[in-house]
Design a protein around this ligand. Structure first.
Ligand code: MGD
Ligand code: MGD
Ligand code: SF4
Ligand code: MO
Length: 876
């Protein structure tokens, strides 16, 4: 309860693996108030910009409300029978391995459990893989090699208690913002040192003591140097080494490796090694710069080796911490959602484990070999070996490497089922059967975050239309395929209890994942379940792993794995001279199907871009705001140039978020080669090779509108605003009649138009009105359009007579691009306050304007502005 007297419900944020608790209060009109849960152990009330904007993403306008078969709306009975019949028929004719599920680390544990049980136990194939293959697979494989199980020993409290936190391939400030805030407050109170290891300068570097901008893919060489130095300086923990095997071999391999490939100076490497060795309480946080690599598993082990050699693991304030990306990436690993795992951290290839699970499930058949991993799965779809495919809660036509080929493979598959909340995703558009799922806020279940804390997600909104929870859809298909008893679930609580009971068997096999303490949880207790860290048995709740030197390999020792640095698989050369790095932005979530609904979140970076170094821009003749054509043998993209020394010469960075829905020429995975790590099968999403040229545009456009636009141009990118939409456009071929173009773009043939144009100079400005209200305005120029975008976006729907000026009348302040999305504070407002009111600190700006005081995600950007204003010579 809060002041208003209406009940609040505890739930969990559906975005990143921090797993923040939220308090939800429906407003009775389909909307929601969201605030951080002060009692949740992950966030203690904090939220980042994405969590704070959740209320803006729960509307029904974009929702898929009824099942569709071949594009036609139908009822559940017809759709589900079709799915069950087609899967059964395909299996009957071609065997169980002719079908596949591709699922997601965003599914709730209960959904995930049912999907895995259906495929591995009842269809009898291991062809279920998940987008976690693109995300956590290398960490899973590295953990298993070192520990004998996929155990994450670290906890969030370790971050609070560490004296040194090393971020390897993790942009924590943008991707796990609440953990980053937690790290910054620890630094304030105990002076925690922060080291960032990333080829690119990111927002996470702002608060760091050291940034090691190593060459892409060279992490193994750096950590090998650290292991070698640990050995040479006698810094290994002899006592702890008795709980490990392989130290000598690993040290020999490490000493033979050449740290020069990192491109770092020996002074930098020495400073890092010395700091690491002299600081006992060190936490190494790693993420996709480590995992998404053809040497991802080796990178993981190179890091784990250093922690094992020094015994800095499982004790307060120290240890490796692989942060999970998706809200339930960890839960997916628990249920065994990967093609090479079984439920409850049991091993698919171990006959005893398999037999026990088969008996527990009373399963007719179980596969004894791993199924197809994501990249191979879509290849098998492409060449017709997979004939029926069910994609649930993920958008592979955008996010898989070689995305054009994946899109074509899905389109060409004999039978594709997609479960989503939206009908318009790039993948949903390819479905034969489209099934409407309930979304976050409408469904019940559990998720497990990066530090093994299980939290409830709870329903507070009614399911729109015919939407059903993912577990219920899967269970019904299971029943219709003839397995009534095995899929006879009425509630997620029942599924949770079954999973917990199965984990008792895992516990008996000596596995780490044991939540058997919940096997008898009744529905009321499930409803009220408070966040809890596993393991949970009758005798134990939470606790630590490995400080006692007991690991999960036969014999009980950990393995220190000898590894040798290998460069990324794709080689740069004269044809493709640039290395393409990809990743995330602060305010967007993956393919933007939810975050792009929020005008606040869309304001931060409303257009896809490519970061390139000033030297490269100069040699390519690319200027700021030009468009760049990026190309390799897998595909091509057109992106806006941002010229910055945050990236090194020869390297470029582009965000992963844009899609056919939002910017069709900016689907970056069209350019990512599907090269995989030999152990984990995880693709190298951060090190493809590309060629760049300036995109030769005949015209550039900028448009604002009240309703969604219908762009038709070689390049376009559309984003939501408070008052409608904004779009950037560009084309190769000149157009003759801009007023006609505007009418098509704004889908408004009958409106009245005001326009100015100068065909000779290639300039045109057109505004369309309905009565006095502005429907849309289009600004065209032969160069990137120079108008005040942040002013123009406020005008649709208004009587905006002077709009063709492209800027406000002199007396109207222009807030500039939004920096603080929570409180809607623009850059110009901040600059003006600094200049006129003499504010000199992030805190003072927060006090005066509110900027940076809510989620804090923009504080580093505010600090950068301050630095630029107070040290003009440093700000170029
Ligand atoms: N805002 C936001 N937050 C998110 C998500 C989102 O979509 N948006 N997604 C969530 C998910 S699923 C995930 S997996 C996480 C990902 O979280 P992160 O892994 O932190 O995010 P990324 O931006 O993918 O990549 C991290 C960094 O790896 C660096 N990198 C590239 N190559 C190398 C290399 O060879 N070595 C090293 N050391 N670094 C390298 C990149 O420059 C990049 O800055 O974020 C989660 N949080
Ligand atoms: N180049 C490049 N590519 C990458 C990465 C990278 O760093 N670089 N990162 C990779 C990583 S780490 C990840 S995790 C993936 C993420 O990639 P995806 O999982 O493909 O991306 P999302 O946009 O999260 O897709 C989730 C889908 O589920 C739908 N959805 C939302 N709620 C529900 C629900 O309750 N039920 C159902 N059934 N559907 C729902 C959404 O509308 C959306 O279509 O991308 C990977 N691809
Ligand atoms: S850090 Fe942000 S996105 Fe991640 S769980 Fe917390 S509020 Fe959600
Ligand atoms: Mo991820």
């Amino acid at each position: 309860m809060d002041g208003s007297g209406l009940p609040e419900t505890r739930s969990t944020c559906p975005y990143c693996g921090v797993g923040c608790g939220v308090l939800l209060r429906p407003d009775g009109r389909g909307g929601l108030d969201v605030r951080g849960d002060p009692d949740h152990p992950a966030n203690f009330g904090r939220l980042c910009s994405k969590g704070a904007a959740l209320a803006e993403t729960v509307g029904q306008a974009h929702r898929l409300l009824a099942p569709r078969v071949d594009g036609r709306q139908t009822d559940w009975d017809t759709a589900l029978q079709q799915v069950a019949d087609r899967f059964s028929a395909t299996i009957g004719r071609h065997g169980p391995d002719s079908v596949a599920f591709y699922v997601s680390g965003q599914l709730l544990t209960e959904d995930y459990y049912v999907a895995n049980k259906l495929m591995k136990g009842f269809i009898g194939s291991a062809n279920i893989d998940t987008n976690s293959r693109l995300c956590m697979a290398s960490s899973v494989a590295g953990h298993k090699r070192a520990f004998g199980a996929d155990t994450v020993p670290g906890t969030y409290e370790d971050i609070d208690e560490a004296d040194l936190v090393v971020l390897v391939g993790s942009n924590l400030a943008w991707c796990h913002p609440v953990l980053y805030q937690r790290l910054l407050s620890a630094r304030k109170s105990r002076g925690t040192r922060i080291v960032v290891i990333d080829p690119r300068r990111t927002a996470s570097c702002d608060g760091a003591d050291m940034h090691l901008a190593l060459q892409p893919g060279s992490d193994v060489a750096l950590f090998n140097r650290l292991l070698g130095t640990i050995h040479e300086r006698g810094a290994a923990d002899a006592g702890f080494l008795s709980h490990t095997d392989g130290y000598d071999d690993a040290v020999a391999a490490a000493l033979a490796d050449d740290a020069a490939v990192t491109g770092l100076s020996s002074r930098q490497i020495e400073a890092f090694c010395a700091l690491w060795i002299r600081t006992e309480k060190v936490v190494t946080i790693y993420s996709q710069g480590v995992n998404q690599s053809t040497s991802g598993t080796d990178k993981v082990n190179a890091i784990l080796n250093c922690h094992l050699a020094t015994g800095r693991i499982g004790r307060p304030g120290m240890g490796p911490l692989s942060v999970t990306g998706q809200p339930n990436a960890m839960g997916g690993r628990e249920v065994g959602g990967l093609a090479n795992t079984l439920a409850c951290h049991l091993d698919l290839e171990n006959p005893d484990h398999r037999g026990a699970v088969r008996t527990f499930w009373d399963a007719p058949r179980m596969p004894d070999a791993p199924g197809l991993k994501a990249v191979d799965m879509f290849r098998a779809v492409g060449d017709g070996r997979i004939k029926a495919l069910w994609i649930i809660h993920t958008n592979p036509a955008v996010t898989m490497p070689e995305a054009d080929a994946v899109r074509d493979a899905i389109a060409g598959c004999e039978f594709t089922v997609v479960s989503d909340i939206s009908a318009t995703t790039d993948t949903a558009r390819l479905a034969d059967v489209l099934l409407p799922a309930t979304a976050w806020g409408e469904k019940d279940g559990t998720v497990t975050n990066s530090d093994r804390t299980i939290s409830r997600q709870r329903a507070v909104l009614a399911a729109p239309g015919a939407a059903r929870p993912d577990w219920a859809i899967l269970a019904e298909v299971g029943r219709r395929m003839g397995h009534d008893r095995a899929f006879d679930y009425d509630s997620p609580a029942e599924i949770f209890r079954e999973h917990a009971a199965l984990s008792r068997i895992a516990g008996q096999f000596g596995r780490d994942f044991d939540i058997s303490g919940f096997a008898d949880l009744d529905d009321r207790a499930y409803a009220g379940l408070a966040p809890v860290r596993w393991p949970v048995t009758r005798t134990r709740a939470g606790g630590r792993f490995f400080a006692d030197g007991r690991f999960f390999h036969a014999g009980g020792n950990a393995r220190i794995v000898p590894v040798t640095c290998r460069p990324p698989a794709a080689k740069t050369g004269p044809r493709y001279p640039f290395r393409l790095n990809t990743g995330r932005l602060r305010d967007q979530w993956h393919t933007m199907t939810r975050t792009a609904l929020s005008p606040r979140l869309s304001a931060h970076l409303p257009e896809p871009f490519i970061d390139l170094h000033p030297d490269d821009a100069q040699s390519l003749g690319i200027h700021a705001a030009d468009l760049v054509q990026v190309q390799n043998r897998h595909g091509q993209a057109i992106l806006r140039a941002r010229i910055t020394d945050a990236v090194q010469p020869g390297q470029v960075f582009a965000p992963m978020h844009w899609t056919g829905e939002t910017a069709p020429s900016a689907r970056i995975d069209a350019l990512v080669a599907a090269m995989t790590d030999p152990v984990s099968g995880q693709p190298e999403s951060k090190a493809s090779v590309v060629a760049l040229t300036r995109f030769d545009a005949a015209w550039y456009g900028f448009a604002v509108s009240r309703d969604a636009m219908l762009p038709n141009a070689d390049y376009w990118a559309m984003a939501r605003t408070e008052h409608g939409y904004r779009a950037e456009l560009a084309g190769r071929d000149p157009r003759a009649d801009w007023e006609a173009e505007a009418r098509r773009l704004f889908r408004s043939p009958g409106s009245s138009a005001v326009s100015i144009s100068d065909a000779g100079r290639g300039v045109a400005r057109v505004a369309l009105y309905m009565g006095r209200a502005l429907i849309g305005a289009l600004f065209v120029a032969p160069r990137p359009v120079a108008v005040m975008r942040d002013y123009l976006v406020t005008l649709p729907g208004q009587a905006a007579e002077g709009i063709l000026l492209g800027r406000p009348a002199a007396d109207v302040p222009n807030p500039g691009p939004v920096l603080c999305s929570c409180l809607g504070v623009g850059v110009n407002t901040i600059v003006e306050a600094v200049e006129t009111r003499g504010l000199v600190s992030v805190e003072a700006i927060g006090e005066a304007l509110g900027a940076g005081t809510n989620c804090g995600s923009c504080r580093s950007e505010i600090a950068a502005i301050l630095r630029g204003l107070t040290a003009p010579e440093a700000a170029q």
